[in-house]
Write a protein that binds this ligand. Structure first.
Ligand code: SF4
Length: 115
């Protein structure tokens, strides 16, 4: 059976504004999803055979509180979860450790860094 995964473009807002960005993300963008929109549809994706969910953007970790809320549901259902980030949060060792611990408690032990 073919492996199915889901990429969620959580927001177009980003700390950076790269010329090559395929979604034209940037600090002025305001579009975003929400826990209220995502949580109700998660069981349908699981029933469809999806087991891996990746949150991307933009910079999804600008909304880490919301991702934490969604991750509770994701863990209950049983998805594996990753996040793509530009690591804006790693500008000091204390802040990097704080974010890494939060990601770990969300069940995310692997981040994809886009630098
Ligand atoms: S860091 Fe990634 S999402 Fe943000 S503007 Fe650059 S390419 Fe786009």
């Amino acid at each position: 059976m073919r492996k199915k995964s889901l990429m969620v473009l959580y927001t177009n807002k980003c700390t950076a504004q790269c010329g090559h960005c395929c979604v034209e993300a940037g600090p002025q963008r305001t579009e975003k999803l929400s826990p209220e929109l995502i949580k109700p549809v998660l069981p349908e994706f699981y029933d469809y055979g999806i087991r891996d969910i990746c949150f991307s953007g933009g910079e999804p970790l600008l909304f880490i509180d919301e991702l934490e809320e969604i991750s509770e549901e994701i863990k209950k259902i049983g998805f594996r979860q990753t996040v793509m980030t530009n690591a804006f949060w790693a500008n000091s060792s204390a802040k990097a450790r704080q974010y890494a611990l939060r990601l770990k408690s969300m069940g995310i032990e692997r981040e994809s860094l886009l630098l």
